[in-house]
Design a protein around this ligand. Structure first.
Ligand code: TPP
Length: 598
């Protein structure tokens, strides 16, 4: 077949059964966009309003469905706009195929419109280099079939992540006689099992443990190992603690579920992880938020706690804590090997420990009660989340990004099915929620999808309400309006003092609070739109939003005064304090001295 570069891309995506390519065309990607004309019955273009959103949308689509999408952009401004989305996907290990337009090969280095070339001709991929698994810059159309195959192989295998193909404008439009290859031809398959000797060592440790904890990270969900996780936890009466990316890997109404460790984690999670004799960590990074910035004994006490760490990426093992058994393997494969072997191990009675777990969790939920049952107006975020959970189906998807609503979801909102919690874990990107919710709803149209988003975060990608209305993607966006960057304000108060907030309230020069009229904004975009501020209004508003059958906005006015503006600090987070705040600095230095970066 004689096909142009654009056509090869389109045909290969169709062969990979990719249903959508998401992006914004420009003069630098005309040859790509045009190739999708006449192929709309096999692959559709979704037009977003910002390229960052294109990547978040594809990221959200993958996180709930396990199926990757492609993104396309014009050259440099459009391409660089993807950076935050790509970094988010990279840090959280989500595959997204990013296809950007590039300068014509015969013009490389001339500084044509939108080329960056002062140090290197057509110098864009290096901008994304640290945040993609691999990038390609084909110079001839005949290279594209192979590159497309390799791109899918790279992004979908091992520790997944985004990849980039930067396609020169002439390569998009030139043609060659090529066959569209069979995707299966070069596709790596199967799961990497653990070395049996390592499994023996892990089983030996686990079987003698009195206080076992399984720390489940995003790798458990990524490898579909949630069934094995549950089986193993139940066999051992092990407490299951999740990281931010591991949220929803384990049914969160299960008696062994022990919530999260870390600064914005939970007291029950921290108590269990810090007093465990053996921790089995699966597919996680031991990031600072989970570990209370490595302050010894707050979230973890490794050593003396003995650590077994399973990860598909060998660089994560031993990075933050020394481990007694480091297992490089796929999470599902390794967990099922452990489960099989644990069947032959004499049972240990851990019923007292199981009862302790239940009590600690109950105590934690009790501690949050006055936040959750808060009946003043405006409501707390906790109250809003309580009403939301009661309203939603068990398998509803809830998306969140940065800010106090994400922290509260972590502290008190239970998920019951894998891939229902959609959140930016490692990159904590504002702007993720709205486009990621759209991706989730496109992937799973029969599920309820709710984006819970701070007013600041919403304003970073709110233009995607236009995308929602244009394609009638009926997500419900709850804008948690506290008129400021209030999670940061709370941090300023907690770390620096009551008198230190600066640049975090949305106030006019005369001190009057400012907020755009989000309800009117929702209407203006063409959404069903409402505004509420009292806890008892949440369910009726959700009812109206869902029954509208349209994209819907609910502006929720929430309490903005510390501490009811957020939740509880459960652990420690290393937030450096300026030396001129001498009292706070002294406390900080003392706390910091207890960090143990082993
Ligand atoms: C793109 C980006 N910019 C800045 C930050 C730093 N940051 C984290 S939370 C936050 C405030 C979030 O405000 P909002 O969405 O209104 O939620 P709130 O904290 O008020 O609950 C900021 C500025 C970030 N995480 N991402």
């Amino acid at each position: 077949m004689e096909l142009t570069g654009g056509e090869i891309i389109a045909e290969y995506l169709i062969k990979e059964k990719v249903p959508y390519i998401v992006g914004i065309p420009g003069h630098g990607s005309l040859g790509i966009a045009d190739a999708f004309k006449g192929r709309e019955d096999r692959i559709k273009i979704i037009q977003v309003r910002h390229e960052q959103s294109a990547v978040h949308l594809a990221d959200g689509y993958f996180r709930v469905s396990g199926q990757p999408l492609a993104v396309f952009t014009s050259i440099r401004p459009g391409a660089i706009n993807t950076a935050i989305g790509v970094a988010t996907a990279y840090v959280d290990s989500t595959p997204v195929l990013v296809i950007t337009g590039d300068t014509h090969t015969h013009m490389f280095g001339r500084g044509v419109l939108q080329e960056i070339e002062r140090q290197h001709s057509s110098d864009f991929p290096r901008i994304l280099e640290p945040i993609v698994k691999r990038y390609w810059q084909p110079t001839d159309v005949s290279q594209l079939p192979h590159i497309m195959q390799r791109a899918f192989g790279h992004m979908m295998t091992g520790r997944r992540g985004p990849v980039l193909i930067d396609v020169p404008m002439d390569v998009q439009c030139n043609s060659a006689r090529v066959e569209i290859p069979d995707p299966a031809e070069r596709k790596p398959g199967g799961r990497i099992s653990a070395d049996p000797k390592q499994i023996d060592a892990a089983v030996e440790l686990l079987s003698r443990s009195q206080r076992p904890v399984i720390l489940a990270g995003g790798g458990v969900i990524a490898s579909d190992a949630c069934g094995e996780l549950k089986q193993l936890a139940e066999m051992m009466d092990a407490a299951v603690v999740t990281t931010m990316m591991g949220k929803s890997a384990f049914p969160e109404n299960h008696p062994l579920y022990s919530w999260h460790a870390g600064s914005k984690g939970t007291n029950c999670g921290n108590k269990l992880t810090s007093s465990a004799d053996v921790i089995l960590a699966v597919g996680c990074r031991f990031a600072d938020e989970t570990t209370s910035s490595y302050k010894h004994g707050v979230s973890f006490s490794i050593p003396p706690t003995r650590l077994i760490h399973i990860d598909i990426d060998e660089t994560e093992i031993g990075k933050n804590y020394p481990c007694e058994v480091g297992i490089v393997a796929d999470a599902k494969a390794a967990l099922s090997q452990i489960v099989e072997q644990m069947k032959d191990v004499p049972e240990v009675d851990r019923s007292a420990y199981a009862a302790e777990i239940r009590q600690l969790v109950q105590d934690w939920l009790e501690e949050m009660r006055d936040f959750r049952d808060y009946d003043k107006t405006p409501m707390t975020i906790s109250r809003m989340l309580k009403e939301l959970r009661e309203f939603l189906d068990d398998d509803a998807i809830v998306a969140s990004s940065s800010g106090n609503s994400q922290a509260q979801i972590l502290q008190e909102f239970p998920f019951y099915h894998p891939r229902t919690c959609l959140t930016t874990g490692g990159f904590s990107t504002m702007g993720f929620t709205v486009p990621a919710s759209l991706g989730a709803k496109l992937a799973l149209p029969d599920r309820q999808v709710v984006g819970v988003v701070g007013d600041g975060d919403f304003m970073m990608t709110m233009q995607e309400l236009a995308t929602a209305v244009q394609y009638n993607i009926p997500v419900v966006i709850m804008i948690v309006n506290n008129m400021g960057w209030i999670s940061i304000k709370d941090l300023q108060i907690a770390a620096y003092g009551d008198d230190r907030p600066i640049a975090t309230d949305f106030v006019k020069p005369d001190g009057e609070l400012y907020s755009p009229d989000f309800k009117a904004i929702g209407h203006a975009f063409g959404c069903h739109s409402q505004k509420i501020q009292s806890g008892e209004d949440v369910k009726p508003a959700l009812e109206r939003a869902f029954s509208s059958g349209r994209p819907a906005v609910i502006e929720v006015i929430v309490e903005r005064k510390f501490p009811y503006s957020g939740g509880k600090v459960a652990g420690w987070w290393d937030v450096p304090v300026p030396t001129y705040l001498s009292e706070k600095r002294a406390i900080y230095e003392k706390e910091r001295s207890e960090e143990k970066l082993t």
